[in-house]
Design a binder for this molecule. Structure first.
Ligand code: I3S
Length: 128
């Protein structure tokens, strides 16, 4: 299911291009399929859009902003990993529903910023 969060300007934390693959759905392992993805961190959600550059000119319109999928960050866990990919700069995101994603960037500083920002949003969402 695709959530459509409200894109209130003050809720937008971060947006950018990362490499992404989903590795599990509801705890069941999936075959990896790395793709560039526009990642938007807004409110409680991480929202994924198809990389406009990977689309054909006819399929990409400026107003076409339908998310591919989105992730509820409440109760999610992020963790750096060296074991799940041969790529560098990979971290795993696991949701409470058992969906798992790997996110990666060739740029060290960029992936560290994403990890830290998502981590702090998750911490903020924890109800004591
Ligand atoms: O964990 P794996 O199976 O080594 O992941 C690699 C595969 O998904 C591979 O595709 P094939 O299933 O068609 O062989 C991808 O091209 C690789 O990128 C995956 O490994 P890395 O280490 O890049 O995550």
């Amino acid at each position: 299911t695709v959530h459509l969060p409200c894109f209130l300007p003050q809720e937008l934390e971060k947006a950018g291009l990362l490499n992404k693959t989903k590795i599990a759905e509801g705890g069941r392992k999936l075959r990896k399929n790395w793709n560039p993805s526009w990642v938007v961190l807004v409110g409680n959600s991480l929202v994924f859009f198809k990389d406009p550059k990977s689309q054909t000119p006819s399929s990409w319109k400026p107003g076409n902003s339908r998310p591919e999928s989105s992730v509820d960050l409440r109760g999610a866990v992020v963790q750096w990993t060296n074991d799940l990919s041969s790529k560098k700069n990979v971290f795993k995101l696991r949701t409470v529903t058992g969906n798992e994603f790997l996110l990666q960037s060739e740029t060290d500083s960029l992936i560290r910023e994403w990890f830290n920002t998502i981590h702090s949003v998750i911490d903020r969402l924890v109800i004591p």
